[in-house]
Ligand binder design. Structure first.
Ligand SMILES: O=C(CCC(O)(O)[C@H](Cc1ccccc1)NC(=O)c1ccccc1)N[C@@H](Cc1ccccc1)C(=O)O
Ligand SMILES: [Zn+2]
Length: 587
């Protein structure tokens, strides 16, 4: 276990954890001091490596060369102390404004204590009141985006200054460094081009169903879908409107939230269920500290960052999740997502510190989601007693595939546009006075949605999303949503659960539960950390070196055929158009 630097890393992680789980002025000060101390240590280590520049590039050992390559990028610690202090404070302040935002109740303006988790999430999932949904969405943006717009202006300037000190043109380029490919942006554009037709078919179908529910005056035949009707604060996945759009209502529903509640599920039991799946694959059990120190339920009486996260305290034994878990199927999936991060930590903890990260950031996001693809199958839900019966007929199949598409396909344009917008902001292609309307251009063009009320440059809607306020890159999730299906296919083949030549074993029915062949293959890839370039890790698991959109399309093929046919039958127009002005440029 490489001990160099782990003491400083542990210190700053602990200070960050204490602040994120209990937002107080004292914790903020301790975190700020620890961050500056860690940056000073990083700078010292970087200077000692810099002595070797010009020499390490010729080292014969690729492993050593790669370590030097990674250590030669200092990051934001390259900023002068005052700038770094300002930068850190801005990021902490933006994510704190986001995490402590509260709004007033629609029908009871005296109650102004509603928080995103669990209050607003539950309303957006369950309310079908057009006015209430519009109120929640608008007021959330007033309390978050609007309040951090000015912070973001200074943040962008300091971020770009740090990027230039690291030899990059702007922070957007520095964010793409871990993907080690100078054609990465065009590869992403190609993936989206291949996936857009399927998204547009799904969009047309959902628009028809929402029109039937809310009426043509709210949801037009050929226009964009009003964002607040899609069951999610950012319209980033639409699984929560499944009951409104289900193709064959008579069939058993694959949303097992009611059964989880009826069976008295607790967050603890959800985490144990997830751990049991990993262990069934011969992957690693959670260490004792995990259960002692993790926060898996929202603590009462204090402010904290509720957005879920997984933590590695750089000492090989302390790993934690912080999640304000609600007893829903959606959160059961998130539990697997977070535990996937922990499994990666556990697998690469003995590598040199520079290699303790994902093969690329998309890999880290994909681990838990791959297991969740098996967990979500009716077969698996039945096996764990959350689904009373499995109906093996084409209509139930379409219902299942549609519920998966409402989470996976709807996410793709959002996962792509979040950093399309930020790259343009960092590069200056989008100037400050156009920030919000550039955001809505992308939201309209890629997602085919519109704001319920017209927006202006007085708003800062990107800031209503955690990853913008908290400065977390997002393209990693778009990458994950593509490669997790490539991983799933490879693991399903190893588990004997999928055979391209056997129609009785389609990819979407595969459940790798208890397959040690699959688990060992996944574990071997996780153990590599970032010690090899990601195409090599990809090839180790899947046999191919590239991101490949054809696998997710294969998974959803039966649904794509059904949607195309259904849209034709209803003479639905595919795509969207509008002459409405979604966003005005005056402040
Ligand atoms: O944000 C998350 C889950 C949180 C996380 O696990 O990705 C978390 C985000 C985060 C939080 C604080 C600081 C940095 C990042 N990431 C991690 O905890 C993490 C990431 C990489 C390595 C180690 C831990 N999911 C995204 C996208 C998503 C993923 C899967 C399903 C639905 C939606 C979202 O909700 O919009
Ligand atoms: Zn994650």
């Amino acid at each position: 276990m490489d001990v160099r630097g782990s003491q400083e890393c542990t210190e700053v992680s602990m200070a960050s954890w204490n602040y994120a789980s209990d937002i107080t002025e004292k914790h903020r000060k301790v975190k700020a001091a620890a961050q500056l101390k860690y940056a000073a240590w990083q700078k010292e280590a970087w200077e000692s490596v810099r002595k070797w520049s010009g020499k390490w590039e010729t080292l014969s050992d690729p492993f050593l060369r790669r370590q030097f390559k990674f250590m030669s990028i200092l990051g934001t610690a390259a900023l002068p102390k005052q700038d770094l202090e300002k930068y850190n404070n801005l990021v902490t302040e933006m994510s704190t404004l986001y995490s402590t935002a509260k709004i007033c109740e629609y029908k009871n303006p005296k109650n102004c204590k509603l928080e995103l988790e669990p209050d607003l999430t539950r309303i957006l999932r369950s309310s079908r009141d057009y006015g209430e949904l519009e109120h929640v969405r608008k007021m959330w943006r007033h309390q978050t985006g609007r309040r951090i717009r000015d912070h973001y202006k200074l943040f962008v300037k300091l971020a770009n200054k740090a990027a230039k000190l690291n030899g990059f043109d702007n922070m957007g380029d520095m964010w793409l460094y871990p993907y080690e490919s100078d054609v990465f942006r065009s590869d992403l554009a190609e993936l989206w081009k291949q996936l857009m037709p399927l998204y547009q078919q799904l969009h047309a179908y959902v628009r028809r169903k929402l029109r039937e529910n809310y009426g043509e005056e709210h949801v037009s035949r050929r226009g964009p879908i009003p964002a607040h009707l899609l069951g999610n604060m950012w319209a980033q996945n639409w699984g929560e409107v499944y009951d409104l759009v289900i193709p064959y209502p008579g069939k058993v529903s694959v949303d097992v939230t009611p059964q989880m509640v009826a069976q008295g599920y607790t967050p603890e039991r959800m985490f144990e269920l997830s751990e049991a799946f990993f262990v069934s694959l011969n992957l690693t059990r959670m260490p004792e500290e995990f259960w002692q120190h993790s926060i898996i339920e929202k603590p009462q009486g204090r402010d904290l960052v509720c957005h879920a996260s997984a933590w590695d305290f750089c000492n090989g034994k302390d790993f934690r999740i912080k999640q304000c878990t609600d007893v829903t199927m959606n959160d059961l999936i998130t539990v697997h997502h977070e535990m996937g991060h922990i499994e990666y930590f556990l697998k690469y903890k003995d590598l040199p510190e520079v290699f303790r990260s994902g093969a690329n950031p998309g890999f880290h996001e994909a681990v838990g989601d791959v297991l969740a693809l098996s967990v979500a199958t009716p077969k698996h839900l039945h096996e764990i007693g959350l689904l009373e019966e499995v109906q093996d007929d084409p209509e139930a199949d379409i219902n299942f595939l549609l519920s998966m598409a409402l989470d996976k396909i709807t996410f793709l344009p959002f996962g792509y546009l979040m950093d399309l917008w930020r790259w343009d902001v960092f590069s200056g292609k989008t100037s400050e006075q156009d920030w919000n309307c550039a955001w809505w251009d992308l939201r309209y063009k890629l997602q085919g949605i519109k704001p319920p009320v017209q927006r202006s440059e007085y708003d800062f809607d990107p800031g209503a999303k955690y990853h913008i306020a908290g400065n977390v890159p997002y393209i990693r999730y778009f990458v994950s949503f593509v490669i997790q299906f490539q991983f799933h296919k490879a693991l399903c083949m190893k588990a004997g659960e999928y055979d391209p030549l056997d129609p009785s074993k389609p990819l979407h029915k595969c459940d790798i539960y208890k397959s040690t062949e699959a688990g060992n293959a996944l574990g071997d890839m996780l153990q590599m950390g970032s010690s090899k370039e990601w195409p090599e890790a990809m090839a180790a698991l899947t046999g191919t070196r590239r991101m490949d959109a054809s696998v997710i399309r294969e998974y959803f093929k039966p649904l794509e055929l059904w949607l195309t046919d259904n849209n034709e039958q209803h003479r639905e127009s595919i795509g969207w158009e509008t002459d409405e002005v979604l966003c005005t440029s005056e402040e």
